[in-house]
Write a protein of this length. Structure first.
Length: 358
């Protein structure tokens, strides 16, 4: 029964990310002709965790129990999935029957095996990967503590002692409490959700962004080149570990916020830059920069890197256009990080109260 429950909740979260992305693409790019599931999954992943951050922070400071956060997330997920499902249904009616296997093979041929097989192997490796570092234990213990005490950030994950105030260094990065909320509602062991289910789902997002980058880079050559680009990335990942930059940190530890930042958010910002280079008027890419920044705040305090990363991908577009009309994309892109920095500054100065009530 437990295995069935794990499969159901894994598929449910994957469906949530995909349908959220479908809805976002429809809102910001209604004229998009091609529906790519990998693109939808990527936008849905960063979009969902941006929304989750907005929901979770008030719950923490209002002392809401973990199960309340979980039910709020369920309600939000139901609305997003209903909206995304409605978009898919209407799209199906407008387009009629989908293109058959012949059209797919004409675009990809056997090259489709590269991204499909590579993603499957990466997900399998992610599910079997074991890490006993201090950071790994901290993320899992924080989720477990929130789940079993039914409180958000009220107890130390290291000692179990009740806290008198929130840690300003970590409290604004709400990612660990997502696993706690899901486990509380679903009944799945927190370790399984935090160390297996979500990392595998995150690996799908990491693979999706790499494939979509290949599509942008080789749009004129065809999708077979995107398949080969993914293969090159896969080989680089297998051979990229060194003393100075362990390859396992980039994707192997996707249960940690910093690894999510390295493996998904930073490549997503680069992908948005490629889209803007093709079309500077692309609102979906501008929204993608904002969502990447919002999800980065959710994942880790290292989100400050985007204060340099987002201008770095937008400025070349402005220079090419010889106009500053699109400079607002930089401001909206870094806005979540600036809000995080302001809250952290106010907390450090004692202006924002961090005392835990009750």
């Amino acid at each position: 029964m437990e295995k069935i429950l794990i499969i159901v909740w894994t598929l449910a979260q994957a469906g949530l990310f995909t349908l959220t992305g479908v809805l976002l693409i429809r809102l910001f790019s209604p004229k998009e002709t091609e529906l790519s599931l990998s693109k939808a999954y990527l936008f849905g992943f960063i979009g969902w965790f941006t929304l989750y951050e907005v929901i979770a922070l008030p719950c923490i400071f209002l002392n809401a129990p973990t199960h309340v956060l979980g039910w709020i997330l369920c309600a939000a997920a139901a609305g997003l999935m209903a909206g995304g499902g409605s978009v898919l249904w209407r799209r199906r009616r407008e387009e009629g029957k989908r293109a058959g296997a012949a059209a797919f093979l004409a675009e990809h041929s056997v090259f489709a095996l590269f991204p499909a097989g590579g993603t499957a192997l990466l997900c399998l490796w992610q599910a079997l990967y074991s890490d006993t570092s201090v950071d790994a234990m901290y993320y899992v213990s924080l989720s477990s503590t929130a789940m079993y005490t039914d409180t958000l950030a009220h107890f130390s994950p290291n000692t179990g002692a009740k806290l008198s105030k929130f840690y300003s260094r970590y409290i604004f990065n709400c990612f660990p409490y997502y696993n706690a909320a899901v486990s509380r509602i679903s009944g799945i062991n927190t370790v399984i959700q935090a160390r297996t289910i979500l990392p595998v789902l995150a690996m799908l997002a990491a693979a999706a962004v790499v494939y979509q980058m290949g599509v942008c880079l080789f749009r004129t050559q065809g999708k077979r080149y995107a398949d080969l680009f993914f293969l090159a990335y896969f080989v680089f990942f297998l051979c990229g570990s060194s003393t100075y930059l362990p390859g396992t940190f980039l994707l192997g530890r996707l249960f940690e916020g910093k690894a999510l930042l390295c493996g998904i958010v930073v490549p997503a910002v680069l992908y948005m830059g490629l889209r803007l280079w093709e079309n500077a008027d692309d609102l979906l890419s501008a929204a993608g920069l904002f969502l990447a920044s919002g999800s980065a705040v959710c994942f880790a305090g290292s989100c400050v890197i985007l204060l340099a990363g987002i201008p770095a991908v937008v400025l070349p577009v402005l220079i090419r256009q010889k106009s500053l009309k699109k400079s607002w994309m930089i401001l909206t892109g870094v806005l979540p990080v600036l809000c995080w920095g302001l809250c952290y500054f106010l907390a450090q100065k004692g202006i924002l109260p961090m005392k835990i009530r009750g």
